[in-house]
Design a protein around this ligand. Sequence first.
Ligand SMILES: [Zn+2]
Ligand SMILES: [Zn+2]
Length: 218
Amino acid sequence: MATELNDLLGETLLAVNTDVTSESYRQVPIDELKNKVLAIYFSAHWCPPCQQFTPKLAECYKKIQSELHDKFDIIFVSSDEDETSFDEYFRTMPWKALRYSDRERSKKLSKKFNVDGIPTLIVLLADGNLLTENGRNDIASKGAEAVRSWVQGLLWPGISCNACQMNPLVGQRYNCSTCDKYNLCFACQNNGHEHELTLMSPELSTIGEIVWKGIDTS
Ligand SMILES: [Zn+2]
Ligand SMILES: [Zn+2]
């Protein structure tokens, strides 16, 4: 896995150094992100919707830190126009970043994940499978609960939760035998339903795009 992660993101990432007496950034070895659900955050300081979304995402990130710091992380991929803007923007982020100077890799990642606008939050399962290209909507509608769902790791391709609209449905899935094609995620199952629910057997999905494989980083 480490090799494939390297292919995608390089050897090291940056994190803001909170210790003001030393360097601005801490170098983060890519191995620290191994076996985690990863969200790749395409964003830029000059983009107003990004300026609105970043604090919301940061709030969720901080909320889940104590419980999920070893299961989830975020990597900022900048579309800023220069390094000064990047520095100013990244300072507001509690997660990791691809270094600004690696423009080539930023471009390849955007292309790889078909990013056609910002902000975009791509979420990858720990095995490299694409979980959702629409992490932004999940965060906007569910907040930190979205991250809790993502890290459950089990993916039901093509199935969403009818209650919270989480798409795709992640983790345990509860199906109503009375309502046709009615599915609930774990969190919504707790809120109840008028009919009896069946827990669908958890089979690991092999469907979904393998993102680690075949990325052209040459
Ligand atoms: Zn739900
Ligand atoms: Zn029902």
